[in-house]
Ligand binder design. Structure first.
Ligand SMILES: [Zn+2]
Length: 428
C-alpha cells in the first residue's frame, strides 16, 4: 500500500523473519526473567522494591545499544524511551507502548530458573515440587505442540507477566532500529514499576508523555485485544476487640480474631473469584491479620458494572454492623478506596485505536480476539487520566502462579504486532 508520500507500507506477516523474531525475543526473555523484580504491597516507597531498578538499568543500556537517544530512568523507576518518526511520518500521532517491570508478590519471583521445552510433545510437563503443566487442566497448551514453550522450574513464578511484554517491545524496537526503512511515526516506550501492587501509574510523569494514546502489552493468548476491565475497589476492614485474660474473660472479652473470622464466614461464597467467571464480579479477601485486641482484613471488590460494585460496598457495611451487634463492645470499621475503573466507555469513543490494533493483529496472521479483562492494567488508570490505553497480548499464560508459561512463538507475534501497529498508524 502507498501513502501520500509514495512510501510503501509494510506489514510483518506470519512467516516473515520468524526465526529472527523468535531467537531475539527468546534470548531476551530468558535474560529478563532471571532478574528478581517482585513488587511489595506493604512498602510505602516508590518503587516498592529496589530490585526493579536492576531490570530497569539493564533495559536502559540495551535501549542505548539499539541507538535510542532519548532515554530516561525516573526516581520512581520508570524507563521512558522516545523514538523519533521516520522521514515523512513526523505528523503521525505519537503512540506509547507499555509493559511493567515487576512481578506479582503472590508467588516468589526470586531466583527464577526458566526451563525451555523445545518441541513440546503435547503431554504433561512435570516440574519441581509437584508443579505440573497438564493440558487437561490448561488446554491452551494443546495449541503449542511442536513449539518451544518456557516455564519456571516449578518453585517460583516465571514472570512472563510482564517480561514477555517487555521482551516483545524490546525485540520490536531492535527490529525497527536495524531496519530503518520500516515506516513509523514518533512513539514512546514506557516500562513501569509496581503495576502488580496497583501503583503502576502513581508517579508516571504524564505531562512529559507525548502520546495521545497507548497500548499495554500485558494480555494473554495470541491475538487478544482488551479494552474492557473490571471496576476495582479495595476495602480495609478494621476490628477492635476488648482484651481480658482468657481465664477471667466471661462476658467481657471481645475477641477480634473471632470477629474477623465471623465477618469472613459471612461473605457470599458464590461471589468469590473461585465461584465466578465471565461477567460476574466478586469479593476476595486477600490478606488477614488478627490478635485478641485488633484485626484487619484486606479485600478487593471487582465488577464490570459500577452498580454491582456499589451493591457489594453496601453489603460490607451491613456485615460490619451485623458483626458489631453479635460482639457487644467490639467495633468494626470499613474503609473503601478506588483502584481503577472500567476503561470501555472512554476507549469506545476512539474506535480507531482498536481498529489499528485489530488490523495489526490480522497482518501478523492472527484473528483478533476481543476479551474483557477480569482484572486491570496500567492502561485502565491511564485511560482514566485521559490517555486511552487498551491491552494487547504478550503470550503469558497462567499468570502469577508457579504454572506460568509462555510460548516463544506468541512473544514473537506480539513483537511483530507492535511493529505492525506502528505501520498501521502511518496509513492514517
Ligand atoms: Zn501484567
Amino acid at each position: 500500500m502507498l501513502n501520500e508520500n509514495g512510501a510503501e507500507h509494510k506489514a510483518l506477516g506470519m512467516q516473515d523473519k520468524s526465526s529472527w523474531f523468535e531467537n531475539d525475543v527468546r534470548e531476551r526473555f530468558l535474560r529478563y526473567v532471571q532478574i528478581w523484580t517482585t513488587s511489595d504491597r506493604h512498602s510505602k516507597t516508590k518503587p516498592s522494591s529496589q530490585n526493579q531498578f536492576e531490570l530497569a538499568r539493564l533495559l536502559m543500556s540495551e535501549l542505548g545499544g539499539f541507538g535510542v537517544q532519548d532515554i530516561t530512568l525516573t526516581e520512581a523507576c520508570y524507563v521512558i524511551a522516545r523514538i523519533p518518526a521516520t522521514a515523512g511520518h513526523e505528523n503521525v500521532p505519537s503512540v506509547g507502548f507499555l509493559a511493567h517491570l515487576d512481578t506479582a508478590p503472590d508467588e516468589s519471583g526470586e531466583n527464577v530458573k526458566p526451563r525451555v521445552h523445545e518441541n513440546y510433545n503435547g503431554g504433561v510437563i512435570e516440574l519441581e515440587q509437584g508443579t505440573r503443566l497438564d493440558p487437561e487442566e490448561y488446554p491452551a497448551l494443546r495449541n503449542y505442540e511442536g513449539q518451544t514453550i518456557i516455564s519456571s522450574d516449578g518453585t517460583t513464578l516465571l514472570g512472563a507477566d510482564n517480561k514477555a511484554g517487555i521482551s516483545a517491545i524490546m525485540t520490536a524496537l531492535r527490529y525497527i532500529y536495524e531496519n530503518p526503512e520500516y515506516p513509523h511515526g514518533p512513539f514512546e516506550v514506557v516500562f513501569t514499576s509496581d503495576e502488580e501492587v496497583g501503583r503502576g501509574t502513581e508517579d508516571l510523569p504524564l505531562a512529559d508523555l507525548n502520546s495521545e494514546f497507548c497500548y499495554t502489552i500485558d494480555g494473554g493468548s495470541e491475538g487478544t485485544i482488551e479494552y474492557e476491565c473490571f471496576n476495582a475497589y479495595s476495602a480495609t476492614v478494621k476490628f477492635t476487640g476488648h482484651v481480658i485474660h482468657p481465664g477471667t474473660a466471661r462476658g467481657r472479652l471481645v475477641n477480634a480474631v473471632t470477629m474477623s473470622g465471623t465477618f469472613l464466614s459471612m461473605l457470599p461464597r458464590n461471589e468469590s473469584p473461585e465461584a465466578t467467571d465471565g461477567r460476574f464480579g466478586f469479593y476476595c479477601p486477600v490478606e488477614a491479620r488478627a490478635d485478641f485486641g485488633s484485626a484487619e482484613l484486606h479485600l478487593i471488590l471487582r465488577d464490570f458494572e459500577m452498580s454491582e460494585l456499589e451493591r457489594r460496598v453496601a453489603f460490607l457495611h451491613t456485615l460490619a454492623r451485623s458483626v458489631e451487634q453479635s460482639f457487644p463492645g467490639g467495633k468494626v470499621e470499613v474503609e473503601i478506596s478506588a483502584q481503577y475503573l472500567n476503561m470501555r466507555t472512554a476507549i469506545e469513543q476512539r474506535p480507531e485505536i482498536i481498529e489499528a490494533a485489530a488490523n495489526a493483529v490480522r497482518s501478523t496472521g492472527m484473528e483478533p480476539v476481543f476479551h474483557s479483562i477480569r482484572g486491570g492494567t496500567d492502561g485502565a488508570r491511564l485511560t482514566e487520566m485521559g490517555v486511552p490505553t487498551p491491552n494487547i497480548f504478550c503470550g503469558a499464560q497462567n499468570m502469577h502462579g508457579r504454572q506460568e508459561w509462555v510460548a516463544v512463538r506468541s512473544m514473537a507475534r506480539a513483537a511483530k504486532t507492535v511493529v505492525n501497529i506502528l505501520s498501521e498508524l502511518c496509513k492514517r
